[in-house]
Design a protein around this ligand. Structure first.
Ligand code: ARG
Ligand code: ZN
Ligand code: CA
Length: 251
């Protein structure tokens, strides 16, 4: 694909305390991060180890806050809900419905729905794979946007990671230990497990030396400052998803 795809986004801010009611500016900063990361315009792209630079990809996907709502009315692409719910845990879905104390999605075939809320169990975010119910992504308010409150996750990469899931990317280690799992992408090395923090290069596992694991991929679990690439294979997988299960976003 040579053209660009632009995905319309609606951000539902589900807040209980004033701090959780994040600013429009922080929301726009998150959209900007997506537009950098999915176009390989991120300033840290140059940190990709040279052995992996050849597969680092411009995914040619852009994001914009919706300018028209479900009834075609002009919108900011942001909704704000003052909820009585003080916090959520990973398997709860209430933030995604008015009945549950949150906000109903806009047509989830046409918009990328994002719910920003207060997770109290350490979860940073969740992205739904194609075919799952409750289509969209959820992100902790402290990890949403560039310059957010969580010092380890303040560059907006949680959202980049969750949108990866939303477009059918698996974790880079394939979620199974001992090298048995795969992310179904050929140009990401087979990797034993997730990484945290800011690993030094290389990290060899699964006989994948000398270059080792691609822990600086957005689909690992490293700190925001330590993840800065998607690969061409991941880009192809997301593109295939956009042209099959998520064609409504292209309209
Ligand atoms: N744990 C989350 C998930 O599995 C997201 C991890 C995001 N990592 C980050 N550096 N922001 O979807
Ligand atoms: Zn994940
Ligand atoms: Ca792989």
């Amino acid at each position: 694909r040579t053209g660009l795809i632009r995905i319309p986004v609606v951000v539902h801010v589900i807040w209980h305390t004033a701090t959780e009611n994040i600013s429009d500016a922080l929301i726009q900063s998150q959209i900007d991060v997506l537009n950098e990361d999915f176009r390989r315009l991120n300033t840290d792209a140059s940190l990709v180890p040279s052995v992996f630079a050849g597969v680092a990809a411009d995914c040619r996907i852009e994001f914009a806050l919706a300018v028209r709502g479900p009834g075609c009315a002009v919108t900011t692409g942001i909704t704000r809900t003052n909820t009585a719910v003080t916090g959520w845990t990973r398997n709860q879905t209430g933030m995604m419905s008015a009945a549950g104390g949150g906000h109903d999605p806009w047509d989830d075939t046409k918009y990328l729905n994002v719910w920003v809320c207060n997770y109290t169990d350490g979860l940073l975010g969740k992205g739904s794979f194609p075919g799952m119910p409750n289509q969209g992504v959820r992100v902790h308010y402290r990890a949403f946007g560039s310059g957010s409150l969580d010092p380890t996750y303040n560059l907006g990469r949680t959202m980049t990671h969750e949108v990866g899931h939303y477009l059918n990317l698996n974790h880079i280690w394939g979620d199974e230990p001992a090298c048995t799992g795969s992310d179904n992408v050929a140009d990401t090395p087979n990797q034993a497990d997730e990484h945290y923090g800011t690993p030094s290069f290389p990290q060899v596992s699964c006989s994948n030396g000398p270059n080792g694991d691609m822990f600086m991929n957005y689909m690992d679990y490293t700190d925001d400052v330590a993840m800065f690439m998607f690969t061409a294979g991941q880009s192809e997988r997301m593109d295939a998803t956009l042209h099959t299960q998520r064609t409504g976003l292209l309209a």
